[in-house]
Design a protein. Structure first.
Length: 524
């Protein structure tokens, strides 16, 4: 028997018997009703499923549990126990109370605000008093005894018509109104150039200050030289403010590279804060599935394919200087931006939400040579955000397909033994510089000076290019077409202190490896 489409009246008696009758479409549910409770009026449609208000909140929290609970339980298992196991198969029961506290990244977007509100309302975070709960009264044992909120403000480096004021005070007031004992840590992007950054964080969280004398040393770099030679920090830079130093770097970098550099600054501030807070065990980042899809596509285009599995993973474990493990989790990985936006609307939190970062407008605007794409975009990150946002509206299933593809990626290197990039602090591909030299156009004879004139100022100096991963190497690569006057004038700009510290550590490790083969070291 087969299906056919023979017009009525033209089929013979035998053909009519052989045709399979068409199925009549029957609407199995009323879309005006919630498909979960089947009684309340539907208010929202998510993935072709209708929800009422209460069922939507319940569904959102359930999916957050399915990501957060197995991820936390998996960190206590051995590698042999985790082998060939998915997070869903580990189990989704509420985790046992943790020994340490938790740090939540609050950007001011709908995802971070929704995550903070859910964790506080569902009693995942205690007030830091180690109070014993009474289970007979329905009280739940907090997973973390103490919670901290970190907010990094970049409003001082955003210029143009999209510039916004610092919203740290507004977000801090919202946290204080919850009266849940959450510690507030408000930082600015230019704090990476503050020599007293670590003590500043210690003062905020209320612990004794320490002497970090080694952090006072810094390095400068010539971003107009493809070899990226390093220089001692100029004495004149000590009189400039941290904001002036950050603006100086942003003005030297190509416009398309600034969002990637600001992302490294944000990651460094979160890492530094997590290492300083005593007894911190977890860092929670509210990255939605929409954001994950954007990172996957933009990361591939920017050359982050080698470390992309680590960047997209739900669980990322690192070690603090004191030896304790700090685990980064992304509980909202399977929740879309649309869903967290609906949640903030239901909770009357729309006045707090600002989803646009405007990193595309960092640094000087309307500078000659700044390339602009459709919609006045100047970076791949911004272009990808617009593409995924429109794709989530017209083809929502495609976004989840992109994320499922990202979940299949596996890191091929040995994370424990590989050398990390001093900027993004992720493993470095050993062939990054070689691949860059084969695929990148570094000079145009008719547009630039001869190579010997370009590199003479950096000759004999230590090169940052040999230490960077492919993505950061692309970020710091100068434009191909640069005027002769600007190429001959060497004006090094100061690197952030965390980069200088990582470069020193890298050089120290290299000297330790080859010290047995050096001649005359004892005489010096």
């Amino acid at each position: 028997m087969s299906c056919g489409d023979i017009p009525d009246g033209l089929a013979t008696e035998e053909q009519g018997e052989a045709l399979m009758p068409r199925r009549i479409k029957v609407q199995r549910f009323d879309k005006s009703k919630c498909q979960k409770c089947r009684t309340a009026k539907s208010m929202y449609i998510i993935r072709n499923v209708t929800y009422c208000k209460s069922c939507f909140e319940s569904s959102l929290f359930t999916r957050l549990q399915r990501t957060l609970h197995p991820a936390m339980r998996s960190t206590t298992l051995t590698p042999s126990e985790l082998k060939n196991k998915s997070l869903a198969s580990i189990g989704g029961n509420r985790p046992l109370p943790q020994d340490g506290s938790v740090l939540i990244g609050l950007s001011g977007g709908s995802s971070s605000i929704a995550l903070t509100d859910i964790l506080v309302s569902k009693e995942y975070i205690g007030k830091g008093d180690k109070r014993v709960v009474d289970r007979t009264k329905g009280e739940k044992q907090p997973v973390w005894n103490k919670g901290y909120i970190i907010h990094v403000d970049f409003s001082d480096v955003i210029e143009g018509s999209n510039k916004e004021e610092d919203r740290s005070e507004v977000l801090n007031n919202w946290i204080e109104d919850k009266e849940h004992g959450l510690g507030w840590i408000g930082l600015k992007g230019q704090d990476v150039y503050d020599v007293n950054l670590r003590n500043k964080i210690r003062r905020i969280i209320g612990i004794p200050e320490l002497d970090d004398g080694e952090e006072t040393e810094s390095l400068a770099i010539d971003l107009k030289n493809p070899d990226l030679p390093l220089f001692p920090d100029a004495p004149s830079s000590s009189s400039s403010t941290p904001l002036d130093r950050l603006r100086s770097v942003l003005s030297t970098l190509p416009a398309a590279s600034r969002p990637s550099f600001l992302s490294s600054i944000l990651d460094s501030l979160i890492t530094t804060t997590s290492q300083i807070i005593p007894d911190l065990s977890h860092v929670l980042l509210a990255e939605t599935s929409t954001r994950q899809a954007q990172r996957l596509i933009s990361g591939t285009a920017l050359g982050k394919g080698y470390t992309l599995p680590l960047d997209l993973s739900v669980i990322h474990k690192s070690s603090a200087p004191d030896g304790r493990d700090i685990i980064r989790l992304k509980p909202t990985k399977d929740i879309s931006l649309k869903e967290v936006t609906i949640y903030t609307y239901l909770k009357n939190l729309n006045g707090l939400v600002r989803n646009a970062r405007n990193w595309d407008n960092a640094g000087p605007q309307n500078r000659k040579g700044d390339s602009r794409g459709k919609g006045n975009t100047r970076s791949l990150e911004s272009l990808t955000e617009q593409f995924i946002a429109s794709l989530a509206v017209t083809h929502p299933a495609t976004v989840s397909t992109i994320n499922r593809t990202g979940d299949k990626l596996r890191f091929t290197g040995e994370k424990e033994t590989q050398v990390n990039c001093p900027v993004c602090q992720l493993p470095v591909d050993p062939n990054a510089l070689e691949w860059k030299s084969r695929t990148a156009l570094t000079s145009l004879p008719t547009k630039t000076l001869p190579s010997e004139d370009i590199t003479s100022d950096g000759e004999g100096r230590e090169s940052l290019a040999t230490m960077l991963c492919y993505a950061c190497l692309t970020t710091f690569t100068p434009p191909t077409v640069v005027s002769k006057a600007s190429r001959t004038e060497v004006v090094p700009v100061q690197l952030p202190y965390w980069v200088g510290g990582n470069v020193r550590d890298r050089s120290r490790e290299m000297k330790e490896e080859i010290k047995e083969f050096l001649i005359g070291q004892d005489d010096e």
